[in-house]
Design a protein around this ligand. Structure first.
Ligand SMILES: Cc1cc2nc3c(=O)[nH]c(=O)nc-3n(C[C@H](O)[C@H](O)[C@H](O)COP(=O)(O)OP(=O)(O)OC[C@H]3O[C@@H](n4cnc5c(N)ncnc54)[C@H](O)[C@@H]3O)c2cc1C
Length: 417
């Protein structure tokens, strides 16, 4: 099923009866060349690029719930390439370039909106860091503009510039940053993978990973045993539990991240804004809701819901940045399970078991990574060689200490991410 203006017109005039399912609902086969554990954004994108770019044909994605039910459908949808560290910088740049062609590639409206993102700073030290980060982004081939206070005021007049504790000094403006519709990205990749022959098997939980003589041979699932030549683990917040099925202990802690949305309002916020001191970020959805979030709930948990103290903290940060937000009514809040690495950067690598690969550790920034991660992980799974854009995302950096990447410049400490 493909979309076109003509098709939409025709279906609109004939009661929308001609649409069919976006993907099949196949039973699992006894064997696959590659099995992907986890049907989130990263798992589906991996399957898509494996089938379309790497020419692998016999692939299954095993998802314990339904497509779009994990973090891919729970995030605040920010897409950007404004990372400073070597390793992250080239990877997110690669991912953003894939985003920019994604709707044509998938023939699917993922509502990618490059409305611009502005990271505010509130001290001279933060300004220096923003300038360094902007230079790094430009050196990488991406865009960055350092705005002074008046420059920010021109674009975001509704902010409180003179908050006694955190006055606004300026902002780093990344025009190609923005948002996309999260679950549409999952659906678009699922449909594209299905069309390329991938079996997407929902309600199929992996309960064990079979290893013989140091090599993976398949998986145990709630729908029976399935053999596989290679297995990719892409289970986001559940990565630690899935890897444990193969006897692996990951350098990952799972934490909760909450998000919030208000009632629908008339257009008021036409950028993504992040508050450098309060760890608060906000944008407005196409339906009008103000979508925002803040810090992690600082304890490990597999519960996809958060607690009131963090909710209060996020609201306070929002009020400090834009007091007008206090007039909006909160409609919903929810949580997702984040796979946090000690250095805040992801892992895309082989494991010590032959044929078993891992893609995880996306912390709270993995939505923007979806096309890049799928593209790079597919290359690794198909060729056993890392994609150059993801070459530093090694699993053994936590054992050897070589190549540790520290997104925040704060040291390897979980609670500072
Ligand atoms: C509130 C919130 C806000 C966020 N905001 C942003 C943002 O603005 N920008 C950004 O870039 N990132 C953001 N993120 C992070 C981003 O959503 C995640 O990093 C990313 O979605 C994780 O990858 P995924 O899509 O593959 O995960 P998921 O969608 O969680 O996919 C993993 C899948 O694995 C499945 N699974 C687990 N165990 C098994 C098993 N045993 N067998 C079979 N299947 C299994 C799960 O059911 C799940 O569907 C946010 C996250 C949250 C929670």
């Amino acid at each position: 099923m493909r979309f076109s203006g003509f098709r939409i017109l025709k279906e609109g005039l004939t009661g929308n009866r001609g649409w069919s399912s976006h993907w099949r609902d196949p039973d699992p086969k006894p064997n696959y060349d590659v099995i992907i554990i986890g049907g989130g954004g990263h798992g589906l994108a991996t399957a898509y690029y494996l089938a379309t770019e790497q020419g692998v044909k016999n692939i299954a994605v095993l998802e314990k719930g339904y497509i779009g039910g994990g973090n891919v459908g729970r995030n605040t949808t920010i897409v950007r390439a404004n990372y400073a560290l070597p390793g992250n910088s080239e990877f997110y740049s690669h991912s953003l370039r894939l985003w920019e062609g994604l709707e044509e590639e998938l023939n699917y409206n993922v509502m990618h909106s490059q409305r611009g993102i502005i990271n505010l700073f509130h001290s001279d030290g933060q300004r220096d860091y923003a300038a360094r980060r902007g230079n790094q982004m430009i050196a990488q081939g991406d865009d960055a503009i350092l705005l002074d206070r008046d420059g920010v005021r021109e674009i975001l007049p509704y902010l409180d510039f003179d908050n006694a504790r955190f006055p606004i000094y300026g902002g780093l403006y990344h025009k190609r940053g923005g948002t996309a519709r999260h679950d549409a990205v999952a659906w678009g990749f699922a449909r594209g993978a299905d069309r390329a022959g991938v079996d997407i098997i929902q309600n199929c939980e992996v309960t064990g990973i079979d290893v013989e003589g140091g090599r993976v041979t398949g998986v145990q699932t709630t729908r029976g045993a399935i053999g596989a030549g290679r297995v990719g683990m892409v289970a986001a917040g559940r990565s630690g539990q899935v890897a444990a099925m193969a006897g692996l202990k990951l350098p990952i802690e799972s934490h909760i991240l909450q998000a919030f949305v208000t009632e629908g309002l008339k257009p008021v916020i036409d950028h993504v804004v992040t508050f450098g001191m309060g760890h608060f970020y906000i944008s407005q959805s196409d339906k009008g809701g103000l979508v925002f979030g803040g810090d992690l709930d600082f304890y490990s948990s597999y519960a996809a819901r958060g607690n009131l103290p963090m909710m209060e903290h996020v609201m306070e940060a929002g009020m400090a940045l834009m007091p007008m937000i206090g007039q909006a009514r909160l409609l919903r809040s929810w949580g997702g399970i984040m796979d946090m690495t000690p250095d805040g950067s992801p892992i895309i690598d082989r494991t010590e078991i032959d044929g078993l690969y891992i893609d995880c550790g996306w912390c709270y920034g993995g939505f923007k990574a979806v096309p890049g991660s799928g593209n790079c992980f597919a290359r690794l799974l198909a060729t056993d060689k890392p994609h150059p854009a993801a070459a530093r995302f090694r699993l053994d950096r936590f054992r050897t200490g070589v190549g540790l990447m520290d997104e925040e410049g704060t040291g390897a400490q979980h609670n500072l991410h």
